[in-house]
Design a protein around this ligand. Structure first.
Ligand code: DC
Length: 218
C-alpha cells in the first residue's frame, strides 16, 4: 500500500482530534492521536507517584507498551481511553511532554507508526514527526471558543465562570506548548492554516478532505 500522510497540528481545542476522527471514518485513514500518547505517559507517571519534572523518572518508557486501536488507547493491555482524560492528567501533560526523553521516545514510536494512509494529529507532527507529510494542516481558533468547545465535550450547560477558568487553563497550556525548548508548537513549513473560530466541524472536515483529494489525484 502506498503512503499518504496527513499531519494536523494546532493548540488545545482547535478541533484536531474530532476532525482527524472524521477524516479517518470518511477516507479510511488510520488516525493516530499523539496527544493521547503523551497523556498515557503522564497517567503512568502519576499512578506510580513519580517525580514529574525529573527526566530520570521516565526510564519506564522502554518497558511499557502503548497501543492505539481505533479510538481506544491501551497501556500494557489495559484500556486507558477514559483515564487519560481526567483532570489530573490534563493539568500535568504539558509538563510531561516538555521532557526531552519523553519526546524522543514518542517521536520515534510515532515515526514507526506512519505507514499507509495516516492522519496524525498533535503539536509537532508537520515540523518534527512527519516533515515530509503529503499534506500539513495547522488548525487554530480564538482561545474563548476553544475553551467553550472543551467544556462542551464534558458538560451540557456552561456558565461564564467555568468558561473563564477553562480559557485561562487553555492559555496556560498554549504558553507551555509554544515556549518549550523541545519541538514547540509552531506552524510547520508548508502547512495550510485553517482558522476554525467561525467554522463548524463538518466545514473544516470537508475543506481538508478536498485538499486530500486534490493531492491524491495529482
Ligand atoms: O491534544 P491533547 O490536548 O490531548 O495533548 C495533550 C498534551 O500533549 C498537550 O499539552 C501537548 C502535548 N502534545 C505534544 O507536546 N506533542 C504532540 N505531538 C501531541 C501532544
Amino acid at each position: 500500500m502506498s503512503n499518504f500522510l496527513v499531519a494536523i497540528d494546532g493548540p488545545a481545542g482547535s478541533g484536531k482530534s474530532t476532525i482527524s476522527e472524521n477524516i479517518s471514518a470518511r477516507c479510511g485513514f488510520i488516525h493516530i492521536d499523539t496527544g493521547s500518547m503523551y497523556r498515557a505517559i503522564t497517567l503512568y507517571a502519576i499512578n506510580n507517584n513519580l517525580v514529574l519534572d525529573d527526566p530520570n523518572s521516565y526510564s519506564f518508557i522502554d518497558k511499557i507498551n502503548i497501543r492505539l486501536s481505533g479510538d481506544k488507547i491501551y497501556l500494557d493491555g489495559k484500556d486507558i481511553t477514559r483515564d487519560i482524560r481526567n483532570r489530573h492528567v490534563t493539568e500535568n501533560v504539558s509538563l510531561v511532554s516538555s521532557i526531552s526523553i519523553v519526546r524522543e521516545k514518542l517521536v520515534c514510536l510515532q515515526k514507526k507508526l506512519a505507514i499507509g494512509k495516516i492522519v496524525m494529529d498533535g503539536r509537532d507532527i508537520g515540523s518534527v514527526v512527519l516533515p515530509n507529510a503529503n499534506l500539513k494542516i495547522f488548525l487554530t481558533a480564538e482561545s474563548k471558543i476553544r475553551a467553550y468547545r472543551r467544556l462542551k465535550e464534558k458538560n451540557e450547560t456552561i456558565n461564564e465562570t467555568d468558561l473563564i477558568v477553562e480559557e485561562k487553563n487553555i492559555k496556560r497550556r498554549d504558553e507551555l506548548d509554544s515556549n518549550r525548548v523541545n519541538s514547540p508548537l509552531v506552524v510547520p513549513a508548508g502547512a495550510i492554516i485553517i482558522d476554525t473560530t467561525k467554522l463548524n466541524i463538518e466545514e473544516v472536515t470537508n475543506k481538508i478532505i478536498d485538499l486530500i483529494n486534490e493531492r491524491l489525484n495529482k
